[in-house]
Design a protein around this ligand. Structure first.
Ligand code: 5GP
Length: 188
């Protein structure tokens, strides 16, 4: 894998796969930035506008979409999400790698953009572990969990479209693997 910088690094994976922990660690490396997405969903406790997401009204999202401001966009769990072109251009011009934590629909659009892209799909080690992690969060009813697991099943089918599939059996091992894939070991 080329370690030439100024790439879009797409990270996808089911909920509770550990993908957020992964990008939080990668973004600590020099010249690695995180792409702040736009969304119509409400901010959660502790989230900051402009840092976690650009929180937009549905009308504002629609206006920007019509103006061609999005590199990719998708509806996830009934809300709109998208990557702003301006966010991407800024990072690539500076020769930085830009991490995009986006869903499988968005990843497909980014792959077709013609920009330099490396895509990584993060898999949980097994459905059993995933169930335990979801239970561990303590925020799901049994019914919600079954619904989430069905969505996850669908998402897992897309893993083959990614350049790399990594399994989060041991987080530090997986982090090292991803850094190797991206040629970022020497940057650490
Ligand atoms: P959450 O609302 O929990 O932060 O994110 C829900 C889902 O939306 C996650 O699967 C995440 O990958 C996806 N997502 C976040 N930002 C974007 C984006 O800009 N584009 C797309 N396509 N998906 C996104």
């Amino acid at each position: 894998m080329s370690s030439e910088r100024g790439r879009l690094v797409v990270i996808s994976g089911p909920t509770a796969s550990g993908k957020s922990t992964l990008w939080r660690r990668l973004v600590e490396l020099p010249r690695v930035c995180f792409s702040v997405s736009a969304t119509t969903r409400a901010a959660r406790e502790g989230e900051v506008d402009g840092r976690d997401y650009h929180f937009l009204s549905a009308a504002e999202f629609e206006r920007r979409l019509a103006a061609g401001e999005f590199l990719e966009h998708a509806v996830v769990h009934g809300q709109r999400y998208g990557t702003l072109r301006a966010e991407v251009e800024r990072a690539l011009q500076d020769g930085n790698d830009l991490l995009l934590e986006i869903d499988v629909q968005g990843a497909e659009q980014v792959r077709r953009s013609g920009l330099p892209v490396v895509s990584v799909f993060v898999k949980p080690p097994s459905e059993q572990v995933l169930r335990q992690r979801l239970r561990g969060r303590g925020t799901e009813t049994e019914e919600q969990m079954l619904r989430r697991l069905a969505i996850i099943d669908e998402e897992m089918k897309q893993a083959g479209d990614y350049d790399h599939v990594v399994v989060n059996d041991d987080f530090e091992r997986m982090l090292a693997e991803v850094m190797g894939i991206l040629g970022l070991e020497e940057a650490a």
